[in-house]
Design a protein around this ligand. Structure first.
Ligand code: ZN
Ligand code: FE
Length: 253
């Protein structure tokens, strides 16, 4: 199994996953050119496009790629994504034709109302819901919904490779450290992420086990976070954590 994070736009990551025969799927192509380059480089054939949500930085290259390759577009049921060959929702399992791969669809409302994630082949494609050491902004849902969505993702096996839509890890680590300063796993993750970025490499994929250890938004029940954030319930704590992240300004050195 071959997994590739293709940098696109400012800080987006477009994911390519190929089976042993070189038949590939692509997740959230915000633009087509870097995907076409990657396909040319690897020799993979694009069979399917998987979209997580309607934001332009995740779908902008889908039509061009579909037209160029014949790949089938899978998307959530949302008119804001005008073109899709297959609409999918909670509980659906997709087996893209021409590949030997299969993915389960998980509904994860919060960032947008119709946001979905795809889990399969040991990977999780979670768009702008779960980031490494962070989570997406809540544009169309409630904190309770977003927390529910993150809980569903966090329940997947620890070795699952987390493939998110943006390279935000270092900025997320700065915030996480401000609320969870005693977390040794977080300190280690930040050092690793810094080294990867210094070499021009992506910090993704991470693993769910690492996220459960480092990501404050998956740790609202841990004593250190409870002490740092307060709140009478985990939803309140999560909402307060998300508010603080929105307001967070990284200290300048
Ligand atoms: Zn988005
Ligand atoms: Fe995005």
């Amino acid at each position: 199994m071959n997994l590739l994070a293709v940098p696109a736009l400012t800080d987006n990551l477009i994911w390519l996953l190929a089976d042993g025969g070189g038949n590939a799927i692509c997740v959230d192509p915000g633009e087509a050119a870097p995907v076409r380059d990657a396909l040319a480089r690897t020799g993979w054939r694009l069979r399917a496009i998987l979209l997580t949500h309607h934001h332009p930085d995740h779908i902008g290259g889908a039509n061009e790629l579909a037209d160029a390759t014949g790949a089938i577009i899978h998307a959530p049921r949302d008119e804001r994504i005008a073109r899709a060959d297959v609409r999918v929702g909670a509980g659906d399992r997709i087996e893209p034709a021409g590949t030997t791969m299969a993915f389960d669809v998980i509904e994860v409302p919060g960032h947008t109302s119709s946001h979905i994630a795809y889990a399969g082949m040991g990977a999780l494609f979670c768009g702008d819901t779960l980031f490494s050491v962070g989570c997406g902004r809540i544009f169309e849902g409630t904190p309770a919904q977003m927390l529910d969505s993150l809980d569903r993702l966090a329940a997947l096996p620890g070795e699952t490779r987390v493939c998110c839509g943006h390279e935000y890890t270092l900025a997320n680590c700065a915030f996480a450290r401000s609320v969870d300063p005693g977390n040794a796993a977080l300190v280690a993750r930040e050092a690793q992420a810094r080294a990867l970025r210094a070499r021009g490499e992506s910090t993704l994929p991470s693993t769910l086990a690492s996220e459960r250890d480092c990501n404050p938004f998956l740790r609202v029940d841990t004593p250190s976070l409870v002490a740092a954030i307060g709140g009478d319930s985990r939803v309140e704590r999560f909402a307060e954590l998300r508010r603080r992240k929105n307001d967070f300004k990284a200290p300048t050195a």
